[in-house]
Design a protein around this ligand. Structure first.
Ligand SMILES: Nc1ncnc2c1ncn2[C@@H]1O[C@H](COP(=O)(O)OP(=O)(O)OP(=O)(O)O)[C@@H](O)[C@H]1O
Length: 583
């Protein structure tokens, strides 16, 4: 745990030092009245008590109390600032780190779980850290100071009080063990609840339309119930051991009182010592009780901290030698690839796309077309062979340099909950207004945007839900146009559009691909007849390669796919014959 905390402290060391210094000063000031209490008791029992001295002690205690209040307020403010600074920096660090992870990491981990680390685990740290760490530091300090006082007055009685500590430590160890076991289950249950809730809200449209409100809600209800049980157990299971720690302290205190009274009757100690131990001895146990509870809470927080740090330590995609190519032809050299070391998705694929030419990828569903484009964008790294842009292996380039060379237009468009204008601007953040409007016009966005109440500054809703599929496509093409990257990866966007939108989008795409190296995943073969080369993939293998006319003549898979699409267009083909053949 200490290792994890030190790791976090590195993000704001000066603030942490200031906060700890204030905490120690604050607890020193809390301990000072105890010292004066001892002096007053000694004075009262000295037989020659001076009212003036007693009055001075009281005045000093009042002044010290005021100073203590002021320091307490400052400590609270600095501790709050420190906690929220640390948590904000942690979240920023996590956000930056997530950007540099490979797509593989995102696919392997549940997105709900990743969100839980950034939001809930950091929030756990936020809530617990600020309230416990200062208390604990102060408690250790106060225990040390009060123990020294008591040892000076009577070391045997002080020893009796401190003898409770080893037994308390055993209780702390047991409750620690239990909280770590139970806490992990609690965090898991909390994340499951978050994921189920997200699934329920995101899928609500489908859940309603398929009449699954009852069944999907029961999943969420189950997760909530599991979370409730885990929460109760997390508090209830270690609780008795923490309480036992408290009981042990009380018993040792009673033991010390019994011994002190016996010694008083035997004349071994005086009444001043007895009263001092009755008052100050009890104060010794206050910080220890705080430690007993806070340490267990801190161990629970450590489970969250562990998850945060483990995410921060997930290896980033290597930046290689940070080379940047000066030409933009693309080549695959004997590329093989599998996801998560599973069965091969691409096997020994080689091809070359000259600069400013167009390659079309064709093949049945699942043949590996999208995977080819993902490898070019370095969303994943090849298992064997090499993918090169301008003769440079993409693994020798920083991922951000690869992304800078590529514009992508996918079928699934993601828009941010912002205006059309700003969604286009994401293509190039330093673009001028004139450039943004130019891209919007070229991508046929202005046509529909001008009919909206606020024109291009109208908001698109979450994920673009206020717009149609075709309108979203046009915005994504405008974004790509603005980026003006030399390589364009296109998942043919017109597959599911009505004829009017299709015409608009084809026009926008013509603008986008001008003078670029283009790789297009083709779903409608008639749109790629003019491609400079066509690759036909089948089950991850390169089955055919060539120009449209040659491929048709050779009578292979491409010719079959072409015939099927022609037939489908003229409604001659029964739908069942097409199943599994067309992408
Ligand atoms: N993230 C992933 N993890 C594991 N397997 C995957 C992943 N993405 C794709 N696959 C598998 O890889 C194979 C190729 O998928 P890919 O998406 O490249 O095919 P595709 O030709 O683009 O298909 P479609 O035309 O249906 O989009 C499929 O068997 C698919 O199940």
């Amino acid at each position: 745990m200490i290792r994890h905390l030190l790791y976090i402290f590195k993000t704001a060391p000066a603030l942490v030092r200031k906060s700890i210094a204030l905490e120690l000063l604050h607890h020193l000031l809390i301990a000072v009245p105890t010292g004066f209490l001892l002096l007053i008791i000694q004075e009262l029992f000295s037989g020659a008590a001076s009212p003036q001295r007693l009055f001075t002690y009281v005045i000093i205690m009042v002044v010290e109390f005021i100073v203590q209040l002021w320091v307490a307020a400052s400590t609270m403010v600095v501790s709050n600032v420190m906690t929220y600074t640390l948590s904000t920096r942690l979240r920023i660090q996590l956000g930056m780190h997530l950007q540099r992870l490979s797509m593989g990491t995102f696919r392997q981990r549940d997105p709900g779980d990743l969100a839980a680390v950034v939001l809930q685990d950091v929030a756990n740290f936020e809530m617990i850290f600020g309230h416990t760490i200062g208390n604990m530091a102060g408690a250790v300090f106060a225990t040390g100071i009060i123990s020294i006082f008591l040892f000076i007055i009577n070391w045997q009685l002080a020893l009796v009080l401190l003898a409770a500590l080893p037994l308390c430590w055993i209780m702390v160890r047991i409750s620690n063990y239990l909280i770590v076991q139970q806490g992990k289950k609690h965090v898991q249950a909390r994340n499951d609840t978050g994921a189920r809730f997200l699934e329920y809200v995101q899928g609500i449209r489908h859940i309603k339309s398929f009449g699954m409100t009852g069944s999907r809600f029961s999943n969420l209800k189950q997760a909530l119930n599991d979370f409730r049980k885990a929460s109760i157990r997390t508090e209830a299971i270690p609780g008795p051991f923490v309480l036992t720690g408290g009981v042990i302290l009380e018993l040792f205190f009673l033991g010390m009182v019994a011994l002190a009274v016996t010694w008083l009757t035997q004349g071994r100690i005086n009444a001043a010592t007895l009263i001092t131990f009755l008052i100050v001895g009890y104060r010794l146990y206050e910080p220890i009780k705080i430690l007993l509870v806070d340490y267990v809470i801190l161990r629970y927080m450590n489970i969250s901290l562990e998850r945060v740090i483990s995410l921060l330590k997930t290896p980033e995609q290597s930046a290689g030698q940070k080379r940047v190519p000066s030409r933009y032809d693309i080549s695959f050299e004997n590329v093989s690839f599998s996801y998560h070391n599973g069965s091969p998705v691409l096997e020994n694929i080689s091809f070359h796309v000259p600069e400013r030419s167009m390659l079309a990828l064709v093949g049945p569903s699942g043949s590996g077309k999208t995977t080819v484009t993902s490898l070019i964008a370095r969303f994943w790294d090849v298992s064997a062979g090499a993918v090169k842009i301008g003769g440079t292996d993409v693994r020798d380039m920083a991922p951000s340099d690869v992304y800078a060379l590529i514009s992508e237009v996918f079928q699934e468009v993601y828009l941010f909950d912002d205006s059309i204008y700003h969604n286009i601007r994401f293509g190039r953040m330093d673009a001028t207004e004139a450039e943004i409007l130019e891209a919007a016009a070229a991508a046929q966005v202005l046509d529909f945007a001008m009919e909206l109440p606020e024109g291009i500054h109208s908001t698109v809703g979450e994920g673009g839900n206020k717009l149609s599929g075709g309108q979203k496509q046009r915005i994504s093409i405008a974004r790509a146009l603005l980026k003006n990257a030399p390589v364009v990866l296109l998942d043919e966007a017109t597959a599911s559009l009505d004829p009017e939108n299709e015409i608009y989008i084809q026009a926008a795409i013509q603008e986008l691909v001008k003078g670029k190296t283009v790789i297009v995943i083709a779903h409608k073969l008639k749109t790629i007849q003019q491609a400079d080369q066509i690759l036909v993939l089948n089950k991850g293998k390169l089955q055919e390669q060539g120009l449209h006319d040659n491929l048709l003549k050779s009578g292979g898979l491409y010719a079959r796919l072409w015939d099927i699409q022609q037939a489908a267009n003229s409604w001659k083909m029964a739908p069942t014959e097409m199943n599994g053949i067309i992408a």
